[in-house]
Design a protein around this ligand. Sequence first.
Ligand code: ASP
Length: 438
Amino acid sequence: MGLKVVKFGGSSLADAAQFRKVAAIVKADPDRHFVVASAPGKRYSNDVKVTDMLYHCFEMVQNRQDITEYYEQICERYNAIIRDLGLNFDITGELEYIRNAIMHHSGRDFAASRGEYLNSLILAKFLGFDFIDAESVVFFRENGSYDDEKTNEELSRELKKHKYAVIPGFYGVMPNGTIKTFSRGGSDITGSIVARAAGAELYENWTDVSGCLMADPRIVKNPKPIKTITYRELRELSYMGASVLHEDAIFPVRYAGIPINIRNTNEPEAPGTMIVSETDEYDSEMIITGIAGKPGFSVLSVEKDMMNSEIGFGRKILDVLEDNDMPFEHLPSGVDTMSVVVGTAYLADRRERILASIQKRVRPDSIVIEDGLALLAVVGRGMVKAKGTAVRVFSAISKADVNIRMIDQGSSELNIIVGVEENDLHRALIAIYDEFAK
Ligand code: ASP
């Protein structure tokens, strides 16, 4: 097999016992050359992530509070890991330097990034790998956007100099030398960036679940794991709230055609989920790959006789939304009605303004906004080939005594989107899961 880049999330590196599991995984396969590490995450459910503690320190300084005592807890998280691993490694100087920097207003992102920095130093020492600071290989532009070309060039060059190395996730550097982080969960992005720059054959993303599941385990009991999912399917499911990976982590590897394997540090023998590009020939065993849903949508319905022959009608309505900085999700339309599904939260104080503007621009016969809609996405590349999938989805929903308020099937036949009352969402989701997965 070819080179692998492996990323370990915060719970996989939360304490010494987890570090040992990580080392066993890395050492089990000599192809695992580059390791991207998160900051120590939660050791138990009401524990606090080191990243959150660092943000807290930053805020304390902003409020002119003394961080000495609080910061001690962060030092202890790291020192306990070093001690319990039996490492001969002294990071007192580093910890001291970081505390001073935070106290002297070194910046919110700098403070947060130190979680990954310190954890990666320790992991590199424990594994006997080189340490490459993300600060010297991950670049942001002046406007704060991630500079993919520069990073790819410099990072590729640097990686060639190392056989085995650990790189901290989550952060990079601005043109003026200050540290900048990605958004929360951003170590996934670093992993993907490193995989691309290394020309990896596989990007393994190790976390605390055995891959993507067919449905949310808080709604469906013991949902089946997904063996293989395409980037596009994953995108559809994550949009609906199913999240295993930072959304932006997909782009670098997708671009380079590198598959992602989601794995479980606590169950390393499980194969996890393979995320592949559409062109790869993986057989979908199931018609449905996954189901996800989320509440919080509203339908704006505009009715006007002869609307379908009025040129520019739809554009004018969308113009009004655009003028109000309002994104929309779906556009299911009839002959004389046009409906726009939008996020209820976005409507907030724009509701009256939008209604008035549409009234003025298209003079409709009626216009209403109905709240309380949940959207449910049934996603599966297998649907293109299978006949009768829609019938099975709708009859499962109807057997569960749920009323369907909207249907939208993309012409790609990758998904069927159904709108139901928010209160019916869980019932509908379970019914569809049972129909296809049981
Ligand atoms: N430590 C950062 C966070 O908690 C980044 C990451 O873990 O991916 O968001």
